[in-house]
Every structure is written in C-alpha cells, then in structure tokens.
Design a protein around this ligand. Structure first.
Ligand SMILES: N[C@@H](CCC(=O)N[C@@H](CS)C(=O)NCC(=O)O)C(=O)O
Length: 232
C-alpha cells in the first residue's frame, strides 16, 4: 500500500495521476497546507522540507521497513521503478525521460510557481516580477511546444515526464499563457486531459476542496516562511 500525503496542488496531482495510471493501491492522507498541517511533527518526519507530496511505501519490493519519499520527482521515479511502468528500462529512452522530468522539476515547476505567486498571491503587484515569470513561463512553454512538434509525448511513450509536466500546464490561464499560441503543446495537453487516469486523479481532488480557510492566516503560513520556521 502507498500512503500518499497530499494536497490539491500541481505537485500533489502528479502522484495521483501516476497512481491512477498504474492502478497501485493507495490511500490519501490529506495535508492541508493552507491550515499549516505541513508543519505537524509526524509529517516533517517523512517530509523535512514541509512540502507535499510525500509517500510511505508500506511494502517495499525488497521487503523490510516502510520507505518514505519526499519531492515529487523522486516519488515518481521511485514508483516508476517499483512498478516497472511509465519509465523505459533501456539507457537511451530512459535518459530522455529523466531529462524532461528534471526539466520540469528544476524549471517549469519553480518558474510557474513564482509566476503564480507574483501574479495571484503577492500583496502588491510588482510589475518587474510578474513580467519576469510570465515571460519565463512562456519561454518554457515554447521549449515544450517545439519538443512536441514531431512526437506524441515528451520522451517516447507516455511517461513520468509527461505526468510531471501536465499539472503545471493545467493553470495556464493563471500563468498568463494562451495555449492556442502553442499548438503542439495544446494537442498534447488535450490528449493527457482525456486519459481516464487523469480524469480520476482530478476527481479525487474534489473531495478536499471547499475547505473554509482564513486566507490571511494561510498567506502568513505559506508566504512568510524563513529559517525560523524550520528552527523553531
Ligand atoms: N519540489 C517540491 C515542491 C513541493 C511544493 O512546493 N509543495 C507545495 C505545494 S505544491 C507545498 O507543500 N507547500 C507548503 C508550504 O509552502 O509550506 C516537489 O516537487 O515535491
């Protein structure tokens, strides 16, 4: 059984999409990051960076104690290796997948995240910061669009690279992007959106929405973290 520490954010969706795709049994342990549940000591034990997602695999393939994993890219890789699915075994196609997985982890995720922050959440509209991240997100979309010009998926067959990228394209409007400007990316996006596993993953998220939150408190919890937050 996989225990998934989860919230309804792009990085959370990556793991439910994967798990729905391969049919591995899992239970969701919600971690409401707007209510500060990522700071609970029991969660920090498996996710010391106070971020979702994280997993505990209660039945590792080698047996023994449960294994916990944090960081969505590491989780996808762990689960792909565990199941032998959504990652090729051969060197060349495998390295293609890994490049695009890491491209998402180091590029699209952080840049689109800052884009969301400065465009939607920052208390002041800082034009320089908004332009910087909207333009960089557009550049990354264009890289993806070019890559998808002559192939169906990002790297060979449908893989953990596509799964890592897709949830970060879902909020394209909030990122100041128009998918019609990237026709190959748009075609890829519609293909993944229509997959039954993707539909099921986003349906599972519905159960956790509509939580009433004190927005001011959430903002303070999420956007005012420092070394003190970790050291206290
Ligand atoms: N690189 C990390 C990023 C995870 C991340 O930023 N998670 C956010 C939600 S998408 C979170 O848990 N935020 C809680 C907080 O900022 O305290 C990953 O891919 O797993």
């Amino acid at each position: 059984m996989i225990e998934l520490y989860y919230w309804t954010t792009p990085n959370g969706h990556k793991i439910t999409i994967f798990l729905e795709e391969v049919g591995l049994p899992y239970t969701i342990i919600p971690v409401n990051i707007g209510a500060g549940e990522q700071f609970k000591p029991e969660f920090l034990k498996i996710s010391p960076n106070n971020r979702i997602p994280a997993i505990v695999d209660t039945e590792p393939t080698t047996g023994g104690e449960p294994i916990s994993v944090f960081e969505s890219g590491a989780i996808l890789l762990y689960l792909a290796e565990k199941t032998g699915q959504l990652i090729p075994q051969d060197l060349r196609p495998r390295v293609e997948v890994l490049q695009w997985l890491f491209w998402q982890m180091g590029g699209l995720g952080p840049m689109a995240g800052q884009n969301h922050h400065f465009s939607q959440y920052a208390p002041e509209k800082i034009e320089y910061a908004i332009n910087r991240y909207v333009k960089e997100t557009g550049r990354l979309y264009a890289v993806l669009d070019k890559r998808l010009a002559d192939r169906e998926f990002v790297a060979g067959d449908y893989s953990i690279a596509d799964i890592a990228i897709y949830p970060w394209i879902v909020p394209y409007e909030r990122q100041g992007q128009n998918l019609a400007d990237y026709p190959n990316l748009q075609r890829w996006f519609e293909t993944i959106k229509a997959r039954p596993a993707t539909i099921r993953a986003y349906e599972r998220a519905e159960a956790f929405k509509n939580q009433t939150l004190d927005l001011e408190k959430s903002r303070e919890l999420l956007f005012n973290q420092s070394a003190n937050t970790v050291q206290r």
